[in-house]
Write a protein that binds this ligand. Structure first.
Ligand code: SF4
Length: 353
């Protein structure tokens, strides 16, 4: 039996039950696919339901303020996904009358939609004959066909897509694409369970003892290291926050005044920096607590965060001009990164501050 026949036979008896599989409309497919990028299925289920409850239609998403979109996304990370969804929803309302285009080329012109998501929407919602290859798909094909090309290279994008396209069954790209995802999540996982795999007789990697080596990836660039010092300032019952702008991480989210240093710096060194002096007069500050969070790993960088809880008696003028002065009790109304959310939980739950 060939690859496609084996895969579809396995899928018929073993496919996963997932909430988004019930939905075949382009909006729901799109929401589920974006949420599932970089997110585990269990966590994705909760956010998928929450997102559709808050924004049941693309129109409601387009009309929502960005802060509400980010707040709904809070905790999922990679916030550019939420910002891109918001932009795309507006564009679809403006340029396509509220309906996704039934063309994978046009879909890829929308913010946050790459070849994989376009193909997933195309096949699941519009039954277009297109193969949707995510990490699962690349892994399975690399192993089954014994392909050495690094799966994160431009060449692999072309050659794996051509291969997957040639394997599509007539008239049912959706089952093929869904089968690849389920098979990659349950059988041909990063540590494959070849013992129960229906493809074991014909799999190249298994035959050649290469299941641990394939798929091949390019060597990773070393992650950048950053040192973040957050100043959680207690000014009466107020604190100060600011929305991040620019093209750095967490754009659009709120955070405490931040000082970034190029190497680790304890509090005695921090108060000597120009950034600190600009914000605060050390003689009117009392350091209440220090919270060193675990290193926060993002795709290309590792952040070493420290939170300083500081009581400020007077001299908050600079902060009042440059930052938003808010009541501490209102903090939860603002969309923040997972890192800051964890810090706030820690102090509420354990430190009692
Ligand atoms: S035999 Fe093992 S490596 Fe080959 S497709 Fe099956 S699970 Fe993957």
């Amino acid at each position: 039996m060939d690859f496609t026949t084996l895969l579809l036979a396995w899928f018929r008896d073993n496919q996963r039950e997932l909430p988004w599989k019930e939905y075949k409309d382009a909006y729901s497919v799109w929401v589920s696919e974006i949420i599932l990028q970089q997110t585990r299925v269990q966590q994705g289920k909760m956010y998928f339901n929450r997102f559709l409850e808050t924004f049941p239609t693309i129109e409601r998403l387009a009309e929502a303020p960005e802060d509400q979109v980010l707040k709904t996304w809070q905790g999922l990370g990679y916030y550019s996904r939420a910002r891109n969804m918001h932009k795309t929803a507006k564009k679809i309302m403006r340029e396509y009358g509220g309906s996704f285009p039934k063309d994978t080329g046009l879909l890829q012109k929308l913010d946050g939609i790459g070849p994989y998501t376009a193909a997933a929407i195309g096949s699941f919602a519009f039954r277009l004959p297109v193969a949707a290859l995510d990490g699962n798909g690349y892994r399975i094909l690399a192993r089954y066909f014994g392909i050495d090309t690094p799966v994160d290279s431009a060449e692999a994008k072309r050659s794996f897509t051509t291969l997957a396209q040639s394997l599509l069954p007539a008239g049912d790209s959706a089952s093929f694409n869904q089968a690849l995802m389920d098979f990659g999540s349950l059988i041909c996982t990063p540590r494959p369970v070849c013992g129960i795999c229906p493809m074991i007789q014909t799999c190249s990697a298994y035959r050649d003892g290469q299941t641990g080596r394939l798929p091949v990836k390019k060597e990773k660039a070393t992650a950048k290291t950053r040192y973040f010092h957050y100043l959680d300032i207690e000014y009466g019952n107020a604190t100060f926050i600011r929305q991040r702008t620019g093209n750095d991480i967490w754009k659009g989210l709120y955070e405490f005044p931040l000082i970034e240093t190029s190497s680790p710096a304890g509090y005695p060194n921090l108060i000597k920096t120009e950034d600190f002096k600009k914000m605060l007069d050390v003689s009117s500050c009392t350091l209440i607590n220090i919270y060193r969070a675990k290193p926060h790993k993002l795709s290309h960088q590792t952040i070493y965060p420290v939170f300083y809880r500081i009581r400020l008696q007077s001299g908050g003028n600079y902060l009042q001009t440059e930052y938003l002065e808010i009541d501490r009790d209102d903090f939860s109304r603002y969309a923040v990164s997972r890192l800051i959310e964890k810090y706030m939980d820690f102090f509420h739950n354990f430190a009692g501050l």
